[in-house]
Design a protein. Sequence first.
Length: 109
Amino acid sequence: MDKVYWVYITTSDRTEALELAERIVQNRLAACVNVLSAIESVYRWKGKLEKDREVAMVAKTTAGMLQHLTEFVRQHHSYECPCLVALPVEGGNQDFLQWVHDQVAEKTG
């Protein structure tokens, strides 16, 4: 079974997060996407200190689908350089991890 990944993504607002989450799951790029509450982000962009409200998301996917998910987010995200980082899942409920695998494994193109 492919390793499961916990993928953290930020978006400009809740509307973008929900739309992106729905498209990700519809396309079987992740089994599930949690849209979290608004966050405050402080970062440097193009030499300038920025402070923005964003919405964070967490997608659960597999190693085999991670690159597809990354490319999809890059193509459909409003940011020039979207935050997307993936952390390997080292353990957990095996039934849930199998469910994640089953949901993305059924991707039909």
